[in-house]
Design a protein around this ligand. Structure first.
Ligand code: GLV
Ligand code: MN
Ligand code: MN
Length: 399
C-alpha cells in the first residue's frame, strides 16, 4: 500500500515527500484511503472538520461504543514515507488480518484519517483532531493563513467544506469508546530495546511560537554598516539563544527550523524576519518559562540592533500520558511489548483528553524522522500491522 503512494507529493528539491494539509496531495491520499476502505466494504464519510471515518459496522448495530484506529496522510516539507501513512495503511491491513481470521466484532470499528496533523501549512499542530475535539477556536482556525496568504476557510471551501461548520463535533466523538494510533517510531527507543513494536506511554508537551523581528529595510550597498537596523542579525542572535536556552534546561528541546526574511533579496537588508520556535519539555510550566527566557533573549538581540521582537503563540499541546488500563490491556494482548515515551506530537494526544487512547510504535532503523531518511523494514511494518490487528481484536470482542 505504501508503494502505491510514492508518486504523491514526491519532492525533487527537498527529497522525500511534501503533502500539505488541505492541499492537493493530501486530497489525493484521502481519495486513495476512501477507495481502499470502500474496496473492503467499509462505509466512508467525511465530517465537517475534514476528518475521514471508514466504518466496519456490526450488522444491525449502531455506531456507538466503537473502537477507532488511524493516523494522518499529510507530511512535513520533505518528510519521510512512514510518518502518518504507516498508521493508515496498517489500519487497513489490520482489517484484512481480522477478516482472514473470521472475526465478527461485537463493536463497530472506525478507521480515522485526520487532516493537517503536521500543521505544516496553517501552523497549528494536529489541526484536524484539535478542531474535532474543540481545542481550537473555530473562528480563529478559519482565519489561519498559509505561506501564500490562503486562509483555512478558503482551503476548506476548495475541498468542499464550509468553515462555518468547523468545531467540536460531540456527535462524532460520542460514537467512539477508545482510540489506538499506530505510528512509525521517530527516535531510537525500539532500536535500543531490540524490538519491532512497542506501546506508547506519553507524548512530550510541545508548542510552536512565532517571533517577528522588525527593522529598517534598506540597500545593501549604500547603507553603512553602522547605520543598519537589520532584523536578520537580530534573528541570528535569537537562533543561538534558542539553543542555549534549551541546553540550560534538562530534558528541554527547542528548534528553529524555519526562518523567513522579508522581502528576501540578496542585495536587500530585510525589513522584517519571521522565525518559528518549536519547544518541548515534559513539564508544561518549564516550557512556559523556557519561552519567557527565549523571548527575553530575542528582545535583547533586537534591541542591540535597533530592532523590535514580538512573540506570538501558534499552538501549545500539553504533555499527555496515555490511558494506563488500555495500554496494559494491549500489552497483554501483544504478549508484552516495550512501553516507551515519544517526543513527537500525534493526533492521539488530542484524542487522549476525550477517550481512553493508546499508541503502538514500529521500529525505525535509522532513528531519523521528519526527513527522507525515516524508514521501516517491511518485516517490522508487517509485525506492526499484526500487532494492531491483535490489539483491535482484543478490543472489538469486548462487550
Ligand atoms: C509531529 O510529528 C511533531 O512532533 O511535530
Ligand atoms: Mn510528524
Ligand atoms: Mn505523524
Amino acid at each position: 500500500m505504501l508503494a502505491a503512494l510514492e508518486g504523491v507529493g514526491a519532492d525533487p528539491r527537498r527529497g522525500g515527500f511534501t503533502r500539505p494539509g488541505f492541499g492537493r496531495e493530501e486530497a489525493t491520499l484521502h481519495e486513495w484511503f476512501a477507495q481502499e476502505a470502500r474496496a473492503r466494504g467499509l462505509d466512508v464519510e467525511r465530517d465537517r472538520n475534514g476528518v475521514l471515518w471508514a466504518w466496519w459496522d456490526v450488522p444491525g448495530g449502531s455506531r456507538s461504543n466503537a473502537v477507532a484506529t488511524g493516523s494522518h496522510l499529510d507530511s512535513v516539507p520533505g518528510g519521510g514515507q512512514y510518518d502518518g501513512p504507516l498508521g493508515v495503511a496498517s489500519a487497513l491491513a489490520a482489517v484484512d488480518h481480522l477478516r482472514l481470521r473470521g472475526l465478527s466484532p461485537s463493536r463497530p470499528l472506525a478507521l480515522v484519517v485526520f487532516p493537517e496533523e503536521e500543521g505544516s501549512r496553517f501552523g497549528v499542530a494536529c489541526l484536524g483532531s484539535r478542531l474535532l475535539t474543540g481545542r481550537l477556536d473555530p473562528a480563529e482556525a478559519a482565519g489561519l493563513r498559509d505561506a501564500s496568504g490562503v486562509t483555512l476557510a478558503e482551503a476548506l471551501a476548495e475541498s468542499g467544506l464550509d468553515a462555518r461548520h468547523l468545531g467540536r463535533d460531540q456527535a462524532a466523538l460520542d460514537r467512539v469508546a477508545c482510540f489506538v494510533e499506530l505510528h512509525v517510531e521517530q527516535g531510537r527507543g525500539l532500536i535500543d530495546r531490540d524490538a519491532a513494536v512497542g506501546l506508547g506511554s506519553s507524548i512530550l508537551g510541545h508548542g510552536r511560537w512565532k517571533l517577528r523581528f522588525t527593522g529598517q529595510g534598506n540597500h545593501a550597498g549604500t547603507t553603512l554598516m553602522e547605520d543598519r537596523r537589520d532584523p536578520l542579525v537580530a534573528a541570528a542572535g535569537a537562533v543561538l539563544a534558542v539553543r542555549a536556552a534549551a541546553l540550560a534546561v534538562p530534558e528541554a528541546r527547542a528548534t528553529v527550523g524555519r526562518l523567513q526574511p522579508l522581502p528576501g533579496g540578496t542585495n536587500v537588508i530585510a525589513s522584517a524576519v519571521d522565525l518559528w520556535v518549536d519547544a518541548r519539555h515534559p513539564d508544561d510550566d518549564v516550557t512556559a518559562a523556557l519561552l519567557e527566557s527565549i523571548h527575553a533573549a530575542a528582545r535583547a538581540a533586537a534591541e542591540a540592533e535597533g530592532c523590535e521582537a514580538v512573540l506570538s503563540t501558534e499552538s501549545v499541546s500539553p504533555t499527555v500520558h496515555f490511558n494506563h488500563a488500555l495500554t496494559s490491556r494491549l500489552g497483554g494482548a501483544l504478549g508484552g511489548a516495550p512501553v516507551l515515551a515519544t517526543g513527537a506530537g500525534h493526533d492521539a494526544g488530542a484524542l487522549a483528553a476525550e477517550i481512553p487512547t493508546a499508541m503502538l510504535f514500529v521500529r525505525n532503523p535509522t532513528g531519523i524522522s521528519h526527513s527522507p531518511d525515516e524508514y521501516a523494514a517491511d518485516e517490522d511494518a508487517e509485525a506492526g500491522a499484526l500487532a494492531l490487528a491483535d490489539a483491535l481484536q482484543e478490543l472489538l470482542l469486548l462487550p
